[in-house]
Ligand binder design. Structure first.
Ligand code: NDP
Ligand SMILES: N[C@@H](CC=O)C(=O)O
Length: 842
């Protein structure tokens, strides 16, 4: 959802016409609809004001429901009045009705005075008083003729109040009574007279004023008030959107999206971030408590092919991304949900067989039809009409009470695997029939008993247990990043834990390719070459904060400190990070501790197994010892694949610099090999392991011997590589001295924690990384070139230290280690509980 600031420019109000509307629109129009619970109290209305401030522009449109339970209140007034009319003279008592009217009036007055300044409140209370007089007259007069007029007061008052508040606090606004423009044919299921309604709406919108339109109500061609039925205000919003060709409609409500099942009954229901139009319609048809099929009708204009996207978002927590309904690609089409309806009827009749069934389809839009076996499922409310209709066809009908449970998803009825899973999930329930919906977006099981919460939970579990969708963003497409991507297709194909993981973003330092519908992993790099675009961190963070996945993982395969500085914001968004990049894990103590805290607070997982020892499980081993209660007191070894390769290979027959260039070529070194030769890479690795082992120290606490001569230290990488032979003299000299003592040179990392009574935690730490002269028999002196060795002494490993040894750098092992982290995170996420946010479902 785009976040825009309300443009509060003042301007003279002029009438809109089609031409000025197009010229003056700064952006595509958006319609925002606020439901009754979002407008229930002055506190709620103030929250709505904040949402309007941050999400709307002046030429957008607001559609409102009645405040809180005002419509119910009006409806009960109508019923009370009806009882009065039907009572005998002796039984008549006007007092309850008068008291109820007074209570409603008081409630409205309270809202007005709490929200508006005295002057504006006075004007609105004056209008309210006139309406209350009118209401009383209708309640005691020709009641049935005014049923809809009475109900219409709720939206009228709500729109008037919000508009007045906007005028007072935010921007010019006018309230529009939908009966001034919206013409529907109530006989034909609220069919809209689009041409007339659009033309009349244009006349009522005023340039430079934010329009607040009443939901739920409209007029028929004779000008009489009509209501749009259950969830009518949502329908009003999408109708208005179609009349002005709006790009987006946001239904601000009291739930934060559409779930894979009713979350009040199914605690493990997950939010569906993106729903294709057809699937959303089917969900609405089959009992979703938030979506209603009618609401979705105006979203697609078959003539202009204009598609309006619909968002469902919570006005109680506007920052939480809701559900988007529109036209999406493959990933959104994989979403599955389970819905149910009780109190239905199964009707068998010959008139439902073959071609004849199309008539009942057209006339009654049953929940499902089986034209081979000759049955339909309908609501109880349809029973009488269906019986009469069949009687007129001279056919008999048999009704049985039933319920349905359905699995809903894009073309599920055509997917054998889904149908088989659905069937298996219903084994213990023994459905009477399984029927494909006509649009193929659902498979419906007809049950002879009501669908219980237990059935719903079990079926939902079986249908959606593996359905968590994980988005993967890969940052860094160099030496290691490319290898990671090469391995990705086969990993996705064979590792079960990665089943719903989708590559959705690729980043280099300057360009990004982001695709919410997924990037084809088999062509990732060529698609990046072809379609990537320039980006900055702000754009990246904005996309990341609105991504449509259950979880998002960023794999940082860059060498960039700048990129590592984004981790804090990633964690704050609940995004998980896998880092090959060592900057964050070896940053200052304060920064590092803060990252750990942020990750914990937002339930983000941060893994960096490859930061030390590439794919070797050294980080895991130290983590495991520490969390199992062991105490590590010494870590030592050869931590650099590059330096291992160089010193194991260097015997003087080839110059040191040409070996270094060879290592660079093999992808062992850091992008700038001075990172290795300076000891900084080893220093970082020792710090990372020390922190894992539970010691608090910083880079400065680790003595580091820099092997790069001073005059080569400040050059840029290319200049350094061009002058690499200036390294040779120093290393030839070091080698000659070691050889003279029948020894060898190795770059070694050592951390020692010695018990010491006067230090704060009773331990004295010494840490250094340096070139050492070792006996040729030393364990650190006989490695396969490029191998790392880690030697850990602890309470449990005292006399005979734990040794981990193996390749410590290189494309394959590092990319493999990153894949191991990816599987690890996906496995952890598989057992993560959903956090459902609901204030209540209307
Ligand atoms: N080589 C090895 O064996 C191991 C390496 N590592 C680590 O892996 C990381 C990558 O190394 P390597 O593949 O050799 O490096 P490369 O230099 O080959 O590739 C780096 C990639 O990162 C991109 N990049 C740089 N800065 C940014 C940024 N700010 N935002 C997004 N992308 C950026 C670069 O983009 P552009 O092309 O636009 O500059 C490039 O695509 C390093 O951190 C290294 O320490 C870890 C363990 C082992
Ligand atoms: N350049 C590093 C790569 C792995 O971290 C090394 O040589 O060890």
């Amino acid at each position: 959802m785009t976040q825009t600031q309300l443009n509060v420019e003042q301007s003279n109000a002029t009438s809109f016409d089609a031409v000025t509307e197009n010229h003056l629109a700064k952006h595509a129009i958006q319609v925002h609809k606020f439901g009754g619970s979002s407008l229930a109290s002055s506190q709620c209305i103030n929250r709505v004001l904040e949402i309007i401030k941050s999400h709307c522009q002046i030429n957008d449109i607001i559609v409102v429901s009645a405040n809180g339970d005002t419509t119910d209140h009006l409806f009960s007034l109508y019923q009370l009045a009806q009882e009065q009319l039907q009572a005998s003279l002796e039984e008549q008592d006007p007092r309850p009705l008068e008291a109820a009217v007074a209570a409603l009036s008081k409630q409205q007055q309270a809202l007005i005075t709490e929200l508006l300044n005295a002057n504006n409140a006075k004007q609105l209370i004056h209008s309210l008083a006139a309406d209350i007089e009118q209401l009383k007259a209708w309640l005691t007069g020709d009641l049935s003729a005014h049923h809809n007029n009475i109900l219409a007061f709720g939206e009228l008052w709500s729109a008037r109040l919000l508009s007045a508040l906007l005028n007072e606090k935010l921007c010019p606004s006018n309230s529009i009574d939908a009966r001034d423009f919206l013409v529907i044919d109530n006989e034909v299921d609220c069919l809209v007279d689009t041409a007339t309604s659009a033309a009349q709406l244009r006349q009522h919108r005023q340039f430079g004023k934010l329009a607040v339109i009443t939901g739920y109500i409209s007029k028929d061609e004779r000008g009489h008030t009509c209501t749009l039925g259950r969830n009518g205000s949502d329908y009003s919003a999408t109708i208005v959107a179609s009349l002005v060709d709006a790009r987006n409609v946001t239904l601000w409500t009291d739930v934060d999206g559409i779930y894979s099942a009713d979350p009040r009954i199914v605690p493990s229901a997950r939010k569906l971030h993106r729903l294709p139009n057809g699937v959303a319609k089917e969900l609405g048809r089959l009992g979703n408590p938030v979506l209603h099929a009618k609401t979705l009708l105006p979203l697609i204009n078959p003539l202009t092919e204009h598609h309006t996207h619909l968002h469902v978002a919570s006005s109680f927590d506007a920052q939480v991304a809701g559900t988007e309904i529109g036209k999406f690609g493959q990933i959104a089409k994989q979403e599955l949900s389970v819905t149910y309806l009780n109190d239905l009827l199964l009707a068998h009749s010959e008139s439902f067989i073959g071609e004849a069934a199309n008539k009942v389809r057209a006339e009654f839009a049953p929940i499902c039809v089986d034209d081979k076996q000759g049955f339909v499922v309908i609501t109880q409310a349809q029973q009488k009409a269906l019986s009469q209709w069949l009687a007129s066809h001279d056919t008999e009908v048999k009704f049985n009470p039933v319920s349905i449970i359905a699995t809903v998803g894009h073309k599920v009825a055509e997917r054998g695997d889904i149908k088989a899973r659905f069937k298996r999930s219903l084994r213990s329930v023994k459905p009477l029939h399984l029927v494909n919906s006509d649009n193929s977006h659902s498979v419906i099981a007809i049950l002879s008993e009501p669908c219980t919460p237990e059935i719903l939970n079990n079926v939902h579990h079986d249908m959606t247990k593996d359905a968590r969708h994980i988005g993967l963003v890969v940052a860094g497409l160099g030496n290691i990043g490319q290898r990671f991507l090469e391995l990705l297709p086969s990993q996705l194909a064979k590792v079960e834990a990665l089943e719903n993981t989708h590559l959705v973003g690729l980043l280099s330092s300057k360009k990004a390719l982001i695709n919410n519908d997924g990037i084809d992993v088999n062509q990732a790099l060529s698609l990046f070459e072809q379609d990537s675009q320039g980006y900055d961190n702000q754009q990246l963070l904005s996309w990341l904060s609105h991504h449509p996945y259950d979880e998002l993982i960023v794999v940082d395969i860059t060498p960039s400190e700048d990129f590592s500085l984004l981790y804090e914001q990633f964690f704050q968004q609940g995004i998980h990070v896998i880092g090959a990049n060592k900057w964050a894990a070896s940053s200052s103590t304060a920064h590092y501790n803060n990252l750990i805290q942020q990750a914990e607070r937002h339930h983000s997982i941060w893994l960096g197994n490859t930061t030390v020892g590439a794919g070797l499980p050294i980080n895991f081993a130290i983590d495991d010892l520490r969390h199992s209660g062991d105490e590590i007191n010494q870590i030592a070894g050869i931590f650099s694949g590059t330096l291992s390769w160089l010193f194991e290979t260097y015997d003087g027959s080839t110059s040191f610099s040409s070996l270094m260039l060879d290592a660079l070529q093999q992808g062992i070194t850091e992008p700038d090999p001075r990172e290795d030769l300076s000891g900084r890479d080893v220093q970082r690795k020792l710090l990372i392991l020390a922190r894992k082992a539970g010691f608090e120290l910083s880079l400065d606490d680790i003595d580091c011997q820099n092997l790069v001569p001073e005059h080569l230290q400040a050059l840029d990488t290319q200049a350094f590589l061009a002058r690499a032979d200036e390294l040779d003299e120093f290393f030839a000299d070091q080698l000659a001295r070691a050889n003279a003592d029948n020894a060898c040179i190795r770059y070694v990392a050592r951390l020692q924690a010695t018990p010491q009574d006067d230090s704060a935690n009773g331990l004295k730490l010494t840490a250094k990384v340096s070139l050492e002269v070792l006996a040729k028999t030393d364990a650190f002196a006989n490695l396969t070139p490029c191998d790392n060795i880690f030697q850990i002494s602890s309470r449990w490993y005292q006399d005979n230290p734990l040794i981990i040894r193996g390749p410590g750098a290189g494309r394959d092992v590092t990319a493999g280690g990153l894949h191991s982290d990816l599987v690890n995170i996906c496995q952890q996420l598989a057992s993560k509980q959903n956090q459902v946010k609901i204030k209540g479902i209307n």
